[in-house]
Design a binder for this molecule. Structure first.
Ligand code: EPZ
Length: 441
């Protein structure tokens, strides 16, 4: 398994181009199932999760071609011309739980879908009960059989009124994609308002869907009989944006982030300013500048958008580890999203967990150490901590990183980081996958 070796302790300065958002790319790719015309996605990030979902879509009969070699000009065409298979098998879905996003489009297009229930993952059980309740409200008959969800709507889905019992990002996306082809009008209440949901709604609109209330928690969809293809550009990744802004913060450097927008991280940027960072908007994004002295402690509670993103929680904890004072970080979205804590402790961090709150007593210097990545965002938290330590850190199991951070080493080394990938054994190199993908195109 690949490892990443880092020797930190130096301010990072330079420019980083932010990739398209992983969590927008995934639902957008599934939207291709809603039409028999080609859907062209620009600024699609070159990530393991994108290729994994691409293989699920290929299995279903979606013709996929992937072009563009450099960050910022990746593009892919997803053409669900048909025939489309209605079944997404366990051995594909288990690799990436967001594959459950094929459920709504499949039952909307075919009137039938059989999708393996996604397992939980390291950060929580992550049920999909609300996804299923929403599909039932649209008239689908849902049965569970041998770990599969079977959704049937012989006479098509019917418009309805459905209020999400709690905020769910992919739940909102699944039901929205199902509703755009339903007969009649659907009114969805208590929708997630993450930018990725808005991005999907804008793409569906460009495909001919009739959606009102985009960007708000109430979406009104007037069903149409069919959608057409379109060309759509994936919005910038706000989690990658926040992560690299924090790399400037933890190293006391200055990074010019391009192809993104400071407004995508409203609460995180405000928190980082309170910790001593400064931001300056530019024509292509913004400049993130670390404090002249030490970072200051902060109190953070994760919340659905526009609150502090749970996907940035592990990262800001790395900053809190070296901040002056005691920080409090409360995780309210997932039940097990502190697995980075023991690994940060191996680097000398002083963190105590009390229920769903981590209490972090800032120290001056983190030690280098061999550490283990456990999930996508925890792994990048360890990279940030390693960038703050002047000793050598080896991050193991970096396949977690490859799921959500495109060309991480290149982007950081371009800003002066001493970072290299140590390839060990026959790993599943992402470029090999990309090459296979293209060949299969
Ligand atoms: C999306 O996951 C993101 N993934 C996650 O990013 C992100 O952390 C999460 O939203 C919250 O912002 C994608 O968009 C692909 P939820 P999702 O449904 O949709 C519970 C990353 O690191 N829930 O909003 O799966 C659930 O258990 C990933 O990029 C139910 O109980 O999250 C959780 O506690 C990690 N029943 C809470 O709601 C349901 O049917 C929020 O989950 C659905 C969700």
């Amino acid at each position: 398994m690949d490892k990443i070796k880092i020797i930190g302790g130096r301010p990072l300065t330079g420019q980083i181009r932010i990739s398209g958002a992983k969590n927008a790319a995934l639902p957008l790719m599934c939207a291709s199932l809603l039409t028999n015309e080609p859907l062209i996605l620009k600024n699609l990030p070159r990530l393991a999760d994108v290729f994994t979902l691409g293989s699920v879509l290929s299995h279903l009969g979606v013709k996929t071609t992937y072009q563009g070699e450099t960050v910022g000009n990746h593009q892919a065409t997803f053409h669900a011309k048909g025939p489309i298979l209605p079944e997404a098998p366990y051995d594909l879905v288990r690799k990436m739980r967001a594959s459950v996003l094929v459920l709504g489009p499949l039952v909307a297009r075919l009137g039938y879908a059989k999708v393996s229930l996604p397992g939980g993952c390291a950060i929580g059980t992550r049920p999909v009960d609300i996804h299923l309740k929403g599909l039932e409200a649209l008239g689908a008959e849902i049965t569970l059989e041998d770990g599969y969800v079977i959704a049937q709507a012989k006479n098509g889905l019917k418009g309805t009124k459905f209020s999400f019992p709690s905020i769910t990002v992919t739940g909102t996306e699944n039901i929205l994609m199902a509703a755009v082809l339903a007969q009649g009008t659907t009114r969805l209440l208590n929708c997630a308002v993450e930018p990725e949901v808005t991005d999907l709604a804008h793409c569906l609109q460009a495909m001919g869907a009739k959606i009102e209330g985009i960007g708000t928690s109430v979406l009104t969809i007037t069903g149409v009989s069919s959608l057409q293809g379109t060309i759509y550009s994936v919005l910038p990744d706000r989690i990658e944006t926040g992560t690299y802004a924090m790399a400037a913060g933890i190293t006391g450097g200055e990074i010019d982030l391009i192809g993104t927008d400071l407004d995508l991280i409203p609460t995180a940027s405000q928190t980082l300013e309170m910790m001593g960072m400064s931001f300056k908007k530019t024509a292509q994004g913004f400049i993130a500048k670390g404090p002249s002295g030490r970072l200051q402690a902060a109190e953070i509670v994760t919340d659905p958008y526009p609150g502090f993103a749970t996907d940035l929680q592990a990262q800001i904890m790395a900053l809190a580890c070296v901040a002056e004072g005691v920080s409090f970080i409360t995780e309210t979205i997932f039940e097990n999203r502190f697995m980075h804590v023991p690994e940060l402790a191996r680097m000398g961090a002083d963190i105590t967990i009390k229920g769903n709150t981590a209490v972090i007593k800032g120290i001056q210097h983190l030690k280098g150490a061999p550490v283990m990545a456990t999930d996508l965002r925890a792994s990048v938290s360890l990279v940030l901590a390693a960038l703050a330590s002047s000793e050598e850190t080896m991050v193991n199991r970096v396949y977690h990183l490859d799921r959500g951070y495109e060309e991480l080493e290149n982007k950081l080394s371009a800003c002066g980081a001493i970072i290299e990938r140590v390839r060990e054994g026959s790993t599943h190199d992402i470029s090999e996958t990309a090459h296979t993908f293209k060949a299969a195109g």
